[in-house]
Write a protein that binds this ligand. Sequence first.
Ligand SMILES: [Zn+2]
Length: 278
Amino acid sequence: MKLRPLLLPAGLTITGLLLLLGLASTADAPRQPGEDLLTGPQVPLRATWVGRRREKQDVQILVLAGHADSQAIEGAGTSGAAVDRRGAMPMDPKMRDELFWNRKIRDAVVRLGQERSLNISGYDPNALTIRDENDPRTNWSVGRRHHDAGGYALEIHFDAYGPDGYGSGLIPSLRRDPSRIDESLALNFGRYPLEFRGGLGAPRRGISILEVGKLEGNLEARLRDPASRDAVVEALAHRIVEAIEQGLSAPPPALSSQPDGAGSDPRGKNHRTSPADV
Ligand SMILES: [Zn+2]
């Protein structure tokens, strides 16, 4: 941590931040395989899906903040380790810390994505508690309508601390075959099984879920520290936006289990996933 006073006041770049976190982390403790410098462990569960469905290049992307409409009721999200385990003050007394961070990441992803000419927008229900999940204003209702109109819907989450959480990773929408955006996010953050917890509410409605990481440890400390907060939110949003961009433009993942499959055919004009692919 000796480098921090040198780097932080000088206007920290994303690269600088990651370098700093890398140095700090290497100095403190060796990392486990599958553990990211910033976001911590990736989900270790076995998952075999591959996102091959190509979205339109200008697909409308909608970004939601998980638990935005379910505060003070079941499904409010995690309070994080700082609040629950160490008695820290919540970031905002009106909401669980997870929602506080989900909103920050959502807004940063939308802003960065728009700067980079993605067709991307965010949604907020503007009500912290909506008891009827089928109310037309909920994340779930808005996300489902967006999906059914041909868009890509992504809901940002942080996972629970301690043994209740699994780690960072992408849970794809269950309403269509996983897309290359899902694939790209999974390659960056980790891959949850398709039917995680029997199929969660959001994926069943066509919304992919991104667990950024467990709300504990280095990630939570860096977010809570006012000196690193903005840079960390920015770094995470960058990573998400770049993964989305790569998912929009990347060539299809190799179909290694099907040597003669369409994906390995350079002439393949039609890269759409057929049922046999999944
Ligand atoms: Zn959550």
